[in-house]
Design a binder for this molecule. Structure first.
Ligand SMILES: Cc1cc2nc3c(=O)[nH]c(=O)nc-3n(C[C@H](O)[C@H](O)[C@H](O)COP(=O)(O)OP(=O)(O)OC[C@H]3O[C@@H](n4cnc5c(N)ncnc54)[C@H](O)[C@@H]3O)c2cc1C
Length: 287
């Protein structure tokens, strides 16, 4: 987490079901008056109250910005009072209207969302309040010289992929591989860049249980030139992709930004596994 975090109360202004399994929530509130975007794939920690209809309350940030101390105070809260904390991407920021959009995946079974984040989003209404710690470090990093960018991820990475694509300058080249449920989940982006999108449909296979993303990238004929790769989504799929890019394609690890966004059969509340910790260390070390 970045050192200059501040807590904001976000009020739901609008809710839009942009695809059957994705809800866009537009948040406003006085606290967004001086919100600044720090990167193309900026994310935040959101806090959801366990008490329906109540705003979440978390310990104040220490004046010296010591996050470890703040996290200890947060974890020391009785579980019944401790708001759920989940990571979400800032899909877009409108400084004039002082609003941000966040796109929530409604993951779950048979149309019923699972998990506090997805459940909150499925029921969100204007006036609801969540908390936000922001800004958070980007996973995009500033790439060194490169000729094109590979983006690969599942629908949880789609908000970041959309924001990255829409921020492209003329002449910037992106090839994206995006795993989604089916054709109804495809989105359109407005961009000045040169973008090729490959939509990969699970067609009923549960998320996290298909290798289609890694398989598609494995089978791809890459454009010529130096690549910068950005990979996010289910942690196991991200790991497989990173291994392929580094070991089989020989891409310099420093040119691969990768982040596990979620883990099969594990909630965001579950402790890091040794693999998660190893991934984090490698990501912090720059590959
Ligand atoms: C930097 C970052 C940015 C992210 N940005 C976004 C974003 O913009 N939009 C977004 O929707 N998500 C995003 N995510 C992913 C999101 O934080 C996780 O999916 C999170 O687990 C959702 O919390 P929850 O309360 O809904 O489910 P949890 O309580 O964490 O998990 C409950 C169950 O659902 C499963 N699960 C969690 N996510 C999924 C999924 N996508 N598909 C299938 N099963 C799942 C878990 O394995 C677990 O069994 C981001 C994650 C990170 C780290």
């Amino acid at each position: 987490m970045a050192g200059t975090l501040r807590y904001s109360a976000l009020h739901v202004n609008r809710v839009e079901r942009i695809t059957p399994r994705m809800v866009r929530v537009t948040f406003g509130g006085e606290d967004l008056a001086d919100f600044t975007s720090v990167s193309r794939d900026q994310h935040s920690k959101l806090f959801f109250s366990r008490r329906p209809g109540r705003a979440p309350v978390i310990p104040p940030m220490p004046a010296d910005g010591d996050l470890t101390r703040w996290y200890q105070a947060y974890m020391a809260m009785p579980e019944t009072d401790r708001p759920w904390m989940r990571a979400y991407t800032i899909r877009s920021h409108d400084p004039v209207r002082q609003e941000i959009d966040i796109d929530f995946v409604l993951h779950g079974h048979d149309g019923a969302p699972v998990g506090p984040g997805a459940s909150w989003a499925a029921a969100a209404e204007p006036g609801d309040v969540v908390g936000m710690l922001s800004p958070q470090l980007s996973h995009y990093r500033t790439p060194g010289p490169h000729d094109w960018t590979l983006l690969a991820g599942d629908e949880t990475a789609l908000p970041a992929i959309g924001a990255l694509i829409e921020a492209l300058e003329p002449g910037e080249r992106v090839v994206a591989y995006i795993e989604i449920e089916d054709a109804a989940e495809q989105q359109e982006f407005t961009t000045a860049g040169d973008v090729t999108l490959h939509w990969l449909h699970r067609n009923g296979v549960p998320a996290g249980h298909t290798p289609i993303l890694a398989d598609a990238v494995r089978a791809a004929v890459f454009p010529d030139g130096e690549v910068f790769a950005w990979v996010a989504g289910e942690a196991g799929a991200v790991r497989a992709l990173r291994r392929h890019l580094a070991q089989e394609r020989g891409i310099d690890k420093r040119s691969i930004a990768f982040t596990g966004y979620w883990r099969v059969k594990m909630s965001s509340d579950d402790a890091d596994t040794p693999e998660d910790l190893a991934d984090r260390d490698e990501a912090l070390a720059g590959g």
